[in-house]
Write a protein that binds this ligand. Structure first.
Ligand SMILES: *Cc1c(COP(=O)(O)O)cnc(C)c1O
Length: 358
């Protein structure tokens, strides 16, 4: 499908940020966006890259009432030599369709997802910050825009992509976070939507996050929705523990989001000679192992921060320090290697880096 590029009049160009060391996360957006529509009986139509602008939507649109919405998150990087790259975007294209299928939205051809993003990023390349740790965050989204109050899959959708230059997550160095084990609220249940990247999962997670913040924690560690016993994720990241040289994470149970960073961490850890275990992690055993010092490190993984070290776990009102409470060697090694590949400092032996321009 052809993707038209609509003109960007001078008065629609935004002032660029002037200090990339001060970029926050997801607060400013570039000049253009990608928009493709899906209409029943027609399929995907009218793909265009147009000036970034608000939507005018009927208040009855299905997305506002029944949350028929999915999204993705990935990044474009500008290397020291000017090369522009994406990191494993095929995985996001694939996962987007798994999410779409789960909430009865139309599938988007993966080539169209990828081409749309590549065309858009190339046009907006001057917005990609270049200093270490910065990137252009890419947010593909699909929403149901049919104006009707009946509960049903929409007959009209918008697929859109917006871009946001983002700063270095760890501008002032790694900051180990304090996590509260959540044993009341749950994020996902077997048979539910935990494996889909859908906005509704986030809406229902806010209350637990707020309550944990009120108690002085940064995020919650989710347990499985049936037994409240097995570790699932931390906030919106996959969770890892190190037992010495062994890296442990939960298997993909169906209620865990299959992170691109999670998969990359596992492959990388294997190639670096660490032992891997994907197994159910019982919270009581884990806390005993944290207390006895068997658990030497803990970290979360996700596109936004890549790797987030966990220094403290709070469980049933008590705090436990993980390892030294600082950043462990294994965590640091995985972070350095993964970001090294993403920023072109370390050779990519996995075929993860997709060069899309200069
Ligand atoms: C997006 C997301 C992740 C991380 O996935 P990445 O592909 O590594 O960015 C983990 N958990 C949840 C709930 C998510 O939505």
């Amino acid at each position: 499908m052809e993707i038209r590029v609509l003109p960007l009049p001078d008065d629609r160009k935004k002032p660029k940020y002037d200090d990339e060391s001060k970029l926050a996360f997801g607060r400013i957006f570039t000049d253009r966006m990608l928009l493709i529509e899906w209409k029943v009986g027609q399929g995907w139509v009218d793909a265009r890259i147009q000036p970034y602008e608000p939507f005018v939507l009927d208040p009855a649109c299905l997305v506002f009432h029944y949350a028929q919405e999915i999204f993705e998150g990935l990044k474009a990087y500008k290397w020291q030599d000017g090369t522009i790259t994406l990191f494993r975007p095929e995985m996001n294209a694939h996962r987007f369709n798994l999410s779409a299928e789960r909430i009865s939205m139309p599938l988007l051809p993966e080539e169209l997802f990828l081409k749309g993003i590549e065309d858009l990023v190339r046009l907006e390349k001057d917005w990609i910050p270049a200093s270490e740790g910065t990137s252009l965050y890419i947010r593909p989204t699909m929403i149901a825009v049919e104006p009707v109050l009946g509960v049903k899959p929409s007959d009209h959708y918008y697929f859109f992509v917006i871009l946001s230059p983002v700063g270095a997550y760890y501008a002032s160095g790694f900051n180990p976070v304090k996590i509260m084990v959540e044993d009341h609220y749950v994020r996902a249940v077997p048979g539910g939507t935990g494996e889909a990247k859908t906005g509704g999962n986030y809406a229902s997670s806010l209350k637990a996050g707020l309550e944990a913040k009120g108690k002085g924690y940064d995020q919650v560690l989710w347990l499985d929705g049936v037994h409240r016993r097995y570790i699932e994720e931390v906030g919106a990241m996959n969770m890892f523990f190190a037992y010495g040289d062994t890296v442990v994470t939960s298997p993909l149970t169906g209620s865990i989001l299959n992170g691109v960073t999670r998969d990359s961490v596992l492959k990388l850890a294997g190639s670096l000679g660490f032992r891997l275990e994907e197994r159910l992690i019982d919270i009581n055993e884990l806390m005993a192992d944290v207390k006895s010092g068997k658990v030497t490190e803990a970290f979360g993984s996700g596109t936004a921060a890549v790797i987030t070290p966990v220094g403290t776990l709070g469980y049933k009102g008590e705090n436990y320090t993980v390892g030294s409470g600082g950043v462990g060697l294994l965590t640091q090694k995985l972070y350095d290697t993964l970001t090294g590949i993403q920023y072109g400092r370390i050779e990519d032996r996995f075929g993860w880096v997709r060069k899309i321009g200069q």
